[in-house]
Design a protein around this ligand. Structure first.
Ligand code: TRP
Length: 332
């Protein structure tokens, strides 16, 4: 029986944080035994809004790989692929460009959002505006059935599915239509309670954060501004410490009890923050340890992902040759 295929990816622009973990890393680690798994280090996509900083992208390749290994991606069963080293993806992108209108790209909510955030307006780089097409190539090149993503990436998978349907209806059944796999926890807000956790908003807890850094971040978290004295009743809704406890605290009974006591009054923010710090630190400690083990042999890790990229490339080559055949671009 054919195994189903999973593909996900990240832009190598900075370290991975808890939002990434909740959004899709956790699922990747859990599903890698069951599915044929590809993980794309999307350096070309990273350049679509970092063209002026190739060094950042370059340096973050290894950092991203270390984060993957640290959380438990097993390189013996998951294939880590560096996007730029698989030129077949770029070639597929070229063909898919004919199947997407400019208007459709401008309507893509994720692109729209990011364009606003970055203040691009009319001066948006063409590469940035069209990155959903390149992402469709990422996904289809490896024949992915499932794409574990955070909720903000859903429009990308939708656009990919549209491209697949259009391609198949024009040139014959060739590409696999992917489905998104969104985590049950949903997206994790940032420490400040604003929007999602993200590097650019400077409100993230990184998987590689040291204990002291973690402590400072947890202690600075947004709680309930109305909860001034310990005796005051506190609010749970919109209180980031409780949002994170909900996502990471395994002791559901204890958490329920704490919530009740906090709402009644008599529990200080420090107590709940201490609890969260302990839980997060216990979660991150083994990840940190594993990370530094791998980091001691960066050359070995780099060699490993280059080899794994070469293995992954074979799959993309197969897809590209099917695509070219379907499009009557095979002349021999
Ligand atoms: N756009 C994704 C992000 O910013 C990264 C990404 C690139 C991706 N290629 C992908 C995600 C393919 C899923 C599938 O997080």
């Amino acid at each position: 029986m054919d195994r189903k295929i999973i593909l996900t990816g990240d832009r190598p622009t900075g370290p991975l944080h808890l939002g990434h973990f909740v959004g899709s890393l956790k699922q990747r680690v859990e599903l890698q035994n069951e599915y044929e798994t590809y993980i794309l280090i999307a350096d070309q996509q990273a350049l679509t809004d970092n063209a002026n900083d190739p060094r950042k992208v370059h340096n973050n390749i290894i950092e991203l790989a270390l984060d993957y290994l640290a959380v438990g991606i097993n390189p013996e069963i998951s294939t880590i692929v560096i996007q730029s080293q698989v030129p077949e993806i770029a070639e597929l992108t070229m063909y898919y460009m004919n199947l997407v209108t400019l208007a459709r790209l401008r309507r893509n909510p994720t692109v729209k959002n990011e364009m606003q955030q970055k203040g691009f307006n009319e001066n948006v780089p063409v590469g940035f505006l069209t990155y959903p097409i390149s992402q469709a190539a990422d996904i289809t090149a490896f024949g992915a059935n499932l794409v574990p993503v955070g909720a903000d990436q859903l429009p990308m998978i939708e656009q990919t599915a549209e491209i697949v349907r259009k391609f198949n209806s024009l040139y014959g059944e060739t590409l696999v239509e992917p489905k998104a796999l969104v985590s049950e926890i949903g997206r994790l807000p940032g420490l400040d309670g604003k929007a999602k956790m993200s590097k650019s908003l400077n409100n993230a807890i990184y998987l590689s954060d040291k204990e002291e850094v973690l402590k400072n971040k947890v202690m600075s978290m947004y709680t309930d501004p109305g909860h001034v004295r310990k005796e005051d009743p506190g609010k749970i809704e919109g209180n980031m410490v409780f949002v994170y406890l909900e996502a990471f605290d395994q002791d559901k009974e204890g958490l329920k009890d704490l919530k009740e006591r906090y709402q009644k009054g008599g529990v200080g923010d420090v107590e709940v923050k201490e609890r969260l710090f302990k839980i997060l630190n216990e979660f991150l400690a083994p990840i940190r340890a594993k990370r530094s083990e791998f980091a001691a042999d960066k050359e070995g890790v780099m060699k490993m992902i280059i080899e794994s990229t070469a293995r992954g490339r074979v799959k993309a080559q197969e897809t590209l040759s099917m695509v070219k055949k379907a499009m009557m671009l095979d002349y021999n």
